[in-house]
Ligand binder design. Structure first.
Ligand SMILES: NC(=O)c1ccc[n+]([C@@H]2O[C@H](COP(=O)([O-])OP(=O)(O)OC[C@H]3O[C@@H](n4cnc5c(N)ncnc54)[C@H](O)[C@@H]3O)[C@@H](O)[C@H]2O)c1
Length: 267
């Protein structure tokens, strides 16, 4: 049975832990870490096998696959350590991987895998297949409720008045790398798209603030040798974190299922 360690027990981490507890896959949660130790202890107490609440180093030592569902800021203190111990890792804070090609090289060297679930987006299977040929462009338009953008540094620094916004407004246009830096808590899908598309193709990202909205809607458009692709997901937000889509946690669980069951469907 695959031994799993978990960093971050918020909206996504908790959902993953519950799925493991319900034995939805052939894997066992052996250790949990959170900067909010009380939160990790409360979750452990709820689970039937009471996984150990430990430090990052101890979690890495106890598991075969370390799952990150914490924050972009957590990655530098987690990824190099896990790879140094030859662990496989699953990363949800995908934006934090951009600009760290040395981690991909370290994984190659150590024979570790870095799993990036599709998260709150769909269509990465098609984009990956398309990238075998020439891709001319890929574009992501993310429509977000103002409450999901409120408080983000990018919005605050530019004095964008979300409260008095009366119609849909483009608040950001740029590359996936710029999007990941501007909105670390909400632009992981832009980073996932960037990682799925060949390097040479441009990935353009637009973030649209939607007053009164309550869904994170992501639309991918891509064009290339394969033809054209359009994909749209209307996401229901997670109950405990409006910035996070329910699909993101489900995608992590689906990735773990892929790893632990015989049949694997999709690219
Ligand atoms: N890939 C995707 O499509 C996708 C979608 C949604 C969210 N995410 C990302 O996944 C991550 C988790 O999302 P969530 O909604 O569960 O967040 P959350 O805020 O609900 O929970 C995060 C948990 O991690 C803990 N944490 C944060 N930084 C930490 C650190 N440095 N060390 C230890 N613990 C730390 C927090 O205390 C909290 O308990 C976020 O980075 C989020 O941006 C990715």
């Amino acid at each position: 049975m695959l031994k799993i360690g978990l960093l971050g027990v918020g909206a996504i981490g908790r959902t993953i832990a519950m799925a493991l507890d319900q034995k939805q896959m052939n894997a066992e949660l052996v250790a949990v870490v959170d900067q909010d130790r009380a939160r990790a202890e409360a979750l452990s107490a709820e689970l039937s096998n009471h996984p150990a609440v430990v430090s990052i180093d101890e979690m890495i030592a106890r598991c075969e696959l370390a799952v990150e569902a914490a924050s972009q800021g957590a990655l530098p203190g987690f990824v190099p350590k896990a790879l140094a111990q030859k662990r496989d890792i699953l990363v949800m804070s995908v934006g934090g991987l951009l600009g760290h090609d040395e981690w991909f090289h370290a994984a190659e060297e150590k024979g570790s895998k870095i799993y990036v679930p599709s998260g709150a987006i769909a269509g990465l299977d098609g984009i990956k297949s398309a990238s075998i040929g020439r891709v001319e462009f890929a574009q992501l338009t993310s429509r977000k409720p103002v409450k999901a953008l409120a408080g983000s540094k990018y919005v605050v620094d530019r004095g964008i008045d979300l409260e008095n916004m009366s119609e849909e407004t483009v608040v950001f246009e740029g590359t996936a790398e710029e999007a990941a830096r501007a909105f670390p808590a909400t632009s992981n899908v832009a980073a996932s798209l960037r990682l799925a598309v060949v390097r040479s193709a441009p990935v353009c990202v637009r973030v649209v603030a939607v007053p009164g909205g309550n869904q994170n809607v992501h639309e991918i458009q891509a064009q290339g040798e394969f033809g054209r692709l359009t994909m749209r997901v209307e996401n229901v937000p997670a109950k405990t974190n409006p910035k996070t889509s329910q699909l993101a946690a489900f995608s992590a669980i689906a990735t773990l299922k892929n790893l632990t069951q015989a049949l694997r469907v999709g690219t």
